[in-house]
Design a protein around this ligand. Sequence first.
Ligand SMILES: Nc1ncnc2c1ncn2[C@@H]1O[C@H](COP(=O)(O)OP(=O)(O)OP(=O)(O)O)[C@@H](O)[C@H]1O
Ligand SMILES: [Mg+2]
Length: 436
Amino acid sequence: MNVLIIDDEKSIRYSLETAIKKIEDVNVFAAETGEEGLEILLNNNIDLAIIDIKLPGIDGIEVLERINRLKLDITVIMITYISEVRLAVKAMKLGAYDYYTKPFRIADVVESVKSLSVFIRKKKAVDKIDLSELVGISDNIVSIKKTITTILSKHVNTSILITGESGTGKEVVAKAIAKEAGADKPFVALNCAAIPKSLQESELFGYEKGAFTEAKTRKEGLLEKSNGGVLFLDEVGDMDLSLQKKLLRVLQEKRFRRIGGLDEIKLDALLISATNRDLKYEMKNGNFREDLFFRINIIPIKIEPLRRRKEDIPILLNYFLDFYKTRIESTVSGISDEAMKLLMDYDWYGNVRELKNTIERTLILSSNDKIEIVDLPEDIFLKRNGYMGTELESVEKELIFNLLSKNEGNITRTAQDLGVTRTTLRNKINKYNISV
Ligand SMILES: Nc1ncnc2c1ncn2[C@@H]1O[C@H](COP(=O)(O)OP(=O)(O)OP(=O)(O)O)[C@@H](O)[C@H]1O
Ligand SMILES: [Mg+2]
């Protein structure tokens, strides 16, 4: 596991680095500023980043925001002074896993990095596998499958636009189309939200040697690489306006040139675009070109949010249980009726991604044979309809008591098991008056 520490206070950086380095199978990188840290993040496979909030230049919150924007799969822990806890809370909302308040005991941090490393290792083994199957029995999914079959049976290179909220499975649909189109054909993807706007054009068009200062050798662009296969423009709503104009011309003329190049190259690919933005709204606001919209939206595919196709929940659940069963050592082999009912009642604003993550987490943490309501994340079980608050509280109290006893009173570990912050856990311990 690779750990990055970003802190401008030399003594803290140094003592963390020295202590964490001693943990087995852990490599440590250290940076003094946000900028330096980002550079390390981009060039190394960092699994865990421990980031001081207050830094000169780019601060810790901004580093976290960039990690999110780049969709880097990194567990982040913030460091802060107690007087700045407000910022730590903001960081948690942005997806940080936890925070430490200064002054902390180095031994506590080492302890929590150790237990996190187990979690991260299991998660990594699982993430490597790509799910390209499109699972579902709702009318929405069935009709999407029919559309895909029809398009591909006609062997035309058309333009498909996939829309849907985040986590509904747009990438899954794009990959399913590509797979149906022929597994041996090229499939190239540009994620317009992750690649900086200034680099998108050269990624797409490629360039000739000497086209600009950095162009030391000729480079094939994605348009060229997609020939004979599929070009996937993910998050197309984030494409730079000037590039939108250039892309439109390519789609109309079906040919293009590399940057700095003279030869015309033919474009011969099935174009799939996807976005979670409302392009009609973006067009109204001048962020997306109307003419390009009509070009890429020849075959629209709209994936409904999971809450509007709840009949897919049981089949997705079984699919993910099977998927994880072979990859996570877990005692779980099913789900109780009560827990299933909760999953059906819940609104899943994070859609299939949230369901998948919930199941992964539950399998890693639960030690029951069946998923029970207490195994589910707090958000879901607090949603529970028809259950009285007091009943819920007694379930929660018992759960906390049991976990605390199992962990011999260790707050950090228990909070991790529960998937809540230590502060939340401490508040609950006080509220329920629990002592171990
Ligand atoms: N119908 C499905 N069958 C199987 N797995 C699915 C399905 N839909 C989504 N998933 C899984 O849910 C997760 C999110 O899906 P995906 O990345 O395709 O969403 P997305 O719509 O592209 O989201 P975003 O807008 O955030 O990029 C992935 O792990 C994917 O494997
Ligand atoms: Mg996506």
